[in-house]
Design a protein around this ligand. Sequence first.
Ligand SMILES: NC(=O)c1ccc[n+]([C@@H]2O[C@H](COP(=O)([O-])OP(=O)(O)OC[C@H]3O[C@@H](n4cnc5c(N)ncnc54)[C@H](O)[C@@H]3O)[C@@H](O)[C@H]2O)c1
Length: 318
Amino acid sequence: MAVLVTGVGYIGSRLVVDLLEHGQEVVAIDNHFSTDAIALERLKQRAGFHFVHGDVGDRQVIQKALGLRPIEAVFSLAAQSSGHPQAADPRYTETTNLLAPRLLLDAMLAYGIETIVFASSLRVYGNALPSTVNAETPYGRFSDLSHLSKCYVEKLLEMYATLHGLRCLSLRLGVVHGVAPIMKTDYRFMTAPNKFCLQLVRGEPIQIYAAGHATTGYIHVADASAAMMAVARQSDLTGYAILDVFTEVTSAHAVAAQVAWIGRARGLRAEVMVEGAFPAEEPSPPARPALAGQQLEERNLMRHSLSEVMSYYQCASS
Ligand SMILES: NC(=O)c1ccc[n+]([C@@H]2O[C@H](COP(=O)([O-])OP(=O)(O)OC[C@H]3O[C@@H](n4cnc5c(N)ncnc54)[C@H](O)[C@@H]3O)[C@@H](O)[C@H]2O)c1
C-alpha cells in the first residue's frame, strides 16, 4: 500500500524523502503554487514516488491521485501556508485551506482510507504559546486567513472522526527550521529562522517586528517529519486526536540574535532591524520542553540547524 502526501513543499519534501527511505511508496499532489517544478525534479526521479500535478481543491485531481495506487493513509500538507498579506488572494487561501480538506475527507470515505495526518499549527493558540497547552486550551486570536483556516480543518477532522469513524490526527507544528530537500527563497513562504539566515547571507538586514517578542514553539524539519510518520503508525491514536509538536521554545527576536551571532562569527555583516529592545550579547539557548518518549537529535536543535541553513544559503548563492 502507498500513502498520499498533499503539498510537496518545504516540510512535505522532507516527509516524502523519509517515507521513501522507509520503503514506503508515495503518491503526491502539488500545483506548484509556492514550490516550482524545477525544485521537484530531483524528487520525481526517485523510485516509488508518483507525482500528480494539480490542485488539491479539484475533486478530479484527488481522484486521479487515489486511483494511482491503493492508499492506506493521507498526509495533508497542501495549503496556502503563509500569513504574509501578499502571499495569495484570500479566495485562493479559502479554496485551498477550507474546501480542499473537505474534498479530501469525502474522497477518503469513497476510497475506504481511514487515516489522515494533518499539518496544523501551534498558531491556533495565537501568536504566543500559552504556558501550558493541551486539548482543552482554547483557540487564540488570529491575524491571517492561513492560520485561522487550521481551526476550521481541525473541527472538520473532529466531525469526520465522529460521524464516519475516520482516524484524524492533527499535529500542531511549531515554527519549522532546518535544511530540507526543497528550500524556499521567497520570503513570503519562509519561516522566520530560515528567512533570517537568507537575509544575512544576502547582506540584508534581518527584519523582525514587535510581535517577534512573543515566544512560541520551534521544531526541526526532520523532527516534524518524524513526528508525522510516528503518529500515523501509532495504533493507540484513534478517532480525532490533536498533538502539539515542538522541541524548543523561543522568540523570533532570540532566533534573530542567534543568526546574527553565527553570521558575525563567519565574518558576515549582521544588521538587525527590530522594533523594541534587542539582546546585545550572545543569546542563551532556547528552552527545550521534554517530549515524552521522543529521542531528540542534538544536531536538530536550533543552534546547529541555523548554522546548517546559513551554510546551505551561502553555498547556493556562491
Ligand atoms: N513551515 C512551518 O513552520 C509550519 C508550521 C506549522 C504548520 N505548517 C503547515 O505545514 C504545511 C506545509 O508547510 P510548508 O512550510 O511546507 O509550506 P509550503 O508552502 O512549502 O508547502 C505547501 C505546498 O502546498 C502546495 N500547494 C499550495 N496550494 C496548493 C493547492 N491548491 N493544490 C496543491 N498543492 C498546493 C504548494 O505549492 C507547496 O508546495 C502547511 O499546511 C503549513 O500550514 C507549517
